[in-house]
Design a binder for this molecule. Structure first.
Ligand code: ZN
Ligand code: ZN
Length: 307
């Protein structure tokens, strides 16, 4: 399920995979949203409007904004069924077919006869989408809630809109509990931009693919061939028998994490090449790397699972 993107041929393409427009509760026309992402240097964008009856179940197609430097992927944020707290599910689905069947949910209110969150997530995955559990902290979901989305490829561990709007932007606690339970999930950072507050250009994915096309990007997302960032860049990550060597843009901190309360960390000034030995994490079934720059911006690799 996860592929080491640093071993693959191709280029890292920068994209935002969680975005809203006037087709739901965003404030900008879809084409203006695409124009702004393109102008900011993004390589691709998925607009993921709220897939609800009150918005006429939008699947916002911005393929007319594509050019040789900018790709788009059809997607939506799916809502149906209740989490343990009684609130409706928010599930990110990128790469949906244009005829994806709605769940007969008119508004952000779950009702007893609605399809469940796990059911619509499975339908989306079966239809070919990359599926992510959206903003766990903002949703106030339980570990059991998150675990129930068996169709998920990923957990949204950074949501810039939730960070900017209510300081509930992260999802690492739920994510790492799922990893500890044995789930092989990737992590993603997104904007969830509505453009009604400073919720844009703050969290993105860097997807490794040979071409910047919807098909190649979607396949790479589902394979885990990407990393996530709010600023710094990974240039290379080389996993050895007992150490990892990380080449990055200038960073102040490099952290190795695994299935343990222990971590391995290096702090320094303008570090661009860092070697971390696994030490007490050598027995962890998975390992991942976090980098932090001088401004406090972060980037995260997906985990690698060790045989
Ligand atoms: Zn949401
Ligand atoms: Zn959203």
């Amino acid at each position: 399920m996860t592929t080491d993107p640093f071993k693959l041929p191709g280029t890292f393409w920068r994209g935002n995979i969680h975005t809203h427009s006037t087709r739901s509760d965003g404030v900008l026309d879809p084409k203006e949203v695409a124009r702004r992402y393109k102008a900011e240097g993004y390589d691709f964008l998925a607009i993921t409007d709220h897939f609800l009856g009150r918005f006429d179940y939008p699947l916002t197609d911005i393929s007319s904004c594509e050019d040789e430097h900018f790709a788009t992927i059809l997607g939506a944020e799916l809502h149906t069924g209740a989490m343990e707290n009684g609130e409706i599910w928010h599930i990110l689905a990128v790469g949906l077919p244009a005829d994806f069947t709605p769940a007969n949910v008119s508004d952000f209110q779950p009702e007893g006869d609605h399809e469940t969150g796990p059911e619509i997530a499975q339908r989306a995955r079966d239809a070919g989408a990359f599926v992510a559990v959206a903003h766990p902290d903002w949703s106030q979901m339980t570990l059991a809630d998150a675990a129930s989305i068996e169709a998920a490829h990923a957990v949204e561990v950074y949501n810039h809109g939730c960070f900017a709007g209510c300081d509930r932007g992260y999802g690492f606690h739920i994510y790492e509990r799922l990893l500890a339970s044995g789930r092989k999930l990737t992590l993603c950072a997104t904007d969830d931009a509505h453009f009604n507050e400073p919720d844009y250009f703050g969290g993105w994915v860097m997807v490794k693919a040979e071409t910047n096309t919807s098909e190649a990007l979607l396949a790479a997302l589902k394979d885990g061939a990407f990393y996530s960032s709010t600023g710094p860049e990974f240039h290379d990550v080389v996993w050895g028998e007992d150490q990892v060597e990380v080449a990055t843009s200038a960073v102040s901190t490099v952290i190795l994490q695994g299935k343990s309360t222990r971590t391995v960390v290096r702090h320094g000034n303008s570090m661009t090449r860092t070697v971390l030995s696994f030490d007490k994490l050598a027995v962890s079934p998975w390992l991942r790397v976090t980098i932090v720059d001088a401004a406090g911006k972060r980037a995260w690799t997906n985990p690698v699972w060790r045989s």
